[in-house]
Design a protein around this ligand. Sequence first.
Ligand code: PMP
Length: 310
Amino acid sequence: MKTQPFKFAFFQDSFVPLEDAKLSIMTNALQYGTSFFGGIRAYYNDDDKSLYVFRIESHCERFVNSAKLLGVTLPYSASDLHGIIIKLIKMNNPDTDVYLRPFAYVGNTELGPNLANTTMDFALYMIPLKEYMPVSKGLSLVISKWQRVPDSAIPTRAKASGGYINSALARKEATDGGYDEAILLRQNGNISEGSAENIFIVRGNKVITPALSEDILEGITRRSIIQLCQDQGITVDERVVPKDELLQADEVFLTGTGCQVAWVHSIDKSVIGKGKIGPITASLQKKYFDIVRGVDPDHSEWRTRLDLQK
Ligand code: PMP
């Protein structure tokens, strides 16, 4: 996926042209993964020519909480981050869907991985982004041979960069084997999540997803989908999901800021349900896309509308 980034970024406390946002190869975060990140989408609505940022408050809050989980200090509050994000979007004035990447990192060049007494540096950039993974084709998944890194080793809720080696290995396994994505199991063999997505299954008229105890990232899309299910009177079970339950599911789908809501066609080459998008997934997917783009007025509290210059 190659996409041209937008012209301006935020770096070292200022808004600068992206090409001026450069770091030394000695940077601690580059050497040891001592950093964490976020990922936010904003959707362009062609009808009213405005951009809708999706759940910016929740993303800023999670970002600030990542610092807490790692025991480091951030130079900005959630509301400062909110302001920086909005200002950068306005400076870049997009007329397309975008993805924003806030990034907090250990910017010193000292030897040795250490987060003690650390104030993180902060950077933000944005790129145009349509699909990260296909949402209408039906994904083919593989159960990874790599186990999901446990919360007791790296706090999985912190979106810590170093932990994403685990995701990258699983993703490589999927790509090398000709699959779209990998699902990682916990050490006890139960399902955790995808390399950068939460997973849901549908059995009968029940929606099921691994509980927060299952070494997952507490996805903001996951939370939104649970809310949409509840709005429609669909029960959501957040619980332990044994691996075998996946193959017995009527429907399986993935959620995430990147992948949005994407249905799954097969897992380990075994076709899920009828081999086409199921009715519950289809209805949640439509509702989600209509809400994020501001086509459906529901959950207006999830959208921050920006009128951009023409
Ligand atoms: N799990 C992991 C490991 C992720 O990196 C992501 C992407 N942020 C998700 C799940 C989905 O989270 P969200 O819906 O907040 O993007």
